[in-house]
Design a protein around this ligand. Structure first.
Ligand code: FE2
Ligand code: FE2
Ligand code: FE2
Length: 474
């Protein structure tokens, strides 16, 4: 028995604040250099992967994956700065963190970005990179001295809990979407991923480096961002502009309860916002990471709002697949407007949600008046998130456009340009017949509520032909 192995604190209190037994503290630890080298790889992987996920939101047809990519991008984005800052705390500049810490890791992540199909993409992310990242961070915690490098231990531990959530969901993605045939088809892709990781000593660089090197890139073509929003086959009639939800909501002569449907519809239709914002983030280069982190947070919030609407419809026993969740907003903005115009429209709309009489507060009051707790909660959080989004807009797009007034004017004009004549155009192009879905859904909801449909409400028929969602003339 030595002093170290028998070591204990005052009256049996754990030594070293419980971080290590004394023996452990004496015997383990990484040098600052070793710790920094691993952190740089975690940093680069989190950053690249977050942006890769963002770049796939718009064109990802599967709704659940669109939502998952939004959340996973957000979780990863939140850990980029902690990894970066920890390196900065321990080292003098230059930190060399604007590029891949190892060329092959850079190429590997680029190839995941270039994956031409959903299957290849999810295999790369959820079967290889995320599990390797978790192994790396777990090993870092296990190898390190928690006393000497406590700040690193702490950020790794926090990152791990988020990234493990990504892995859990990722495993279900692989199980649900990857068939035995896919595994055969993508066999050489998986070999490439494995060889790449082995050739750099694993994602964290701590394993023996294998002699086999990947030959450069795997896919023949570089990824090109697809601006056209895609939805899976459950989404019908994507260009339908028949039901002006805002006109119904703002009609003070209509009682609160039927407005529930328009609130849920508006929430679920927010799916357009991540689809649009992803294009802004993807095209914007060279901003500080804070910009990306905040925009990605907002993308996740908008995705959450869409799912809140989904929850609402489920609570009424209404199948949302019967309702056209139109894709027109994102489609027009992404395919016809500049990055700045798109962002200014978003800003204009979000500033417009702040006035008490027509904005988020009003929607929340309608929700409260329905006396349904779920609707109230949905609108309460929708409103709260919008406060943050308006601030994000003020911080990033307002300075870019030369001040608040100019930004609003820019947004208003761009929105006008976006909406003029669309109703007729989409019909002429044969994209939609603007079927009036309202009477059917309202009647179904009345059955759920045990009420008789009201004739005036049943006949509601104001479209987006003449007025915008903010009730301005088109
Ligand atoms: Fe929103
Ligand atoms: Fe919202
Ligand atoms: Fe928002």
């Amino acid at each position: 028995m030595s002093i170290a192995s028998d070591y204990t604190g005052y009256k049996g209190l754990p030594e070293l604040v419980g971080l290590h037994k004394m023996e452990e503290a004496i015997n383990k630890g990484l040098t600052v250099n070793e710790s920094v080298n691993r952190l740089k790889r975690f940093h680069w992987t989190a950053k690249r992967l977050s942006l890769i996920l963002i770049s796939r939101i718009t064109s990802m047809p599967v709704y659940e994956l669109k939502m998952a990519f939004s959340m996973h991008a957000h979780l990863l984005a939140e850990h980029v700065e902690p990894f970066f800052n920890r390196v900065r705390e321990m080292r003098e500049p230059p930190y060399g963190m604007d590029e891949a810490p190892h060329a092959t890791l850079g190429v590997l992540l680029d190839e995941i970005q270039n994956a031409p199909t959903t299957e290849a993409l999810v295999i790369g992310i959820y079967q290889y990179v995320i599990p390797s990242l978790i192994n790396g961070i777990e090993k870092h915690i296990a190898d390190n001295n928690k006393l000497f490098d406590h700040p690193t231990y702490r950020i790794c531990k926090l990152a791990l809990s988020d990234i493990k959530e990504i892995e859990d969901y990722g495993q279900t993605v692989i199980k649900s979407l990857i068939s035995q045939d896919d595994l055969t088809e993508y066999h050489s892709w998986m070999c490439y991923l494995e060889t790449s990781l082995n050739s750099i000593g694993g994602l964290d660089g701590t394993h023996p480096v294998s002699e086999f090197k990947p030959d450069g890139s795997f896919w023949n073509e570089a990824y090109v961002f697809d601006f056209i929003p895609q939805r899976d086959e459950r989404f019908v009639d994507g260009f339908n502009m028949r039901v002006n939800a805002e006109a119904f909501l703002l009609d003070r002569d209509i009682e609160a309860l039927p407005k529930t449907l328009m609130l849920y519809f508006k929430r679920m239709r927010e799916i357009n916002v991540p689809e649009m914002m992803a294009s802004i983030v993807h095209e914007t280069e060279g901003k500080p990471w804070e910009y990306y982190r905040e925009m990605i947070r907002q993308i996740w919030d908008e995705a959450r709002h869409a799912m809140m609407g989904e929850v609402g419809f489920a609570s009424l026993g209404i199948d949302w697949k019967k309702i056209p969740m139109d894709v027109t907003w994102c489609h027009i903005l992404n395919t016809e407007l500049s990055n700045e115009e798109r962002h200014s429209i978003l800003f204009y709309i979000e500033q417009g949600l702040m006035p008490a009489k027509t904005g988020k507060k009003y929607e929340w009051e309608v929700a409260v008046a329905t006396t349904n707790r779920l609707t109230e909660l949905i609108q309460d959080y929708d409103w709260a998130d919008e406060v943050l989004h308006a601030r994000i807009g003020r911080d990033w797009i307002v300075p870019q456009l030369g001040g608040q007034e100019k930004a609003l004017e820019h947004g208003n004009k761009a929105w006008d340009k976006a909406l003029s004549n669309r109703y007729d155009q989409f019909e002429l192009e044969g994209r939609t017949k603007h079927r009036n879905w309202w009477p059917e859904i309202y009647t179904e909801a009345c059955e759920h509520w045990g009420t008789e449909p009201d004739a005036v409400i049943l006949n509601f028929d104001i479209s987006y032909r003449e007025s915008r969602p903010d009730q301005q003339k088109v």
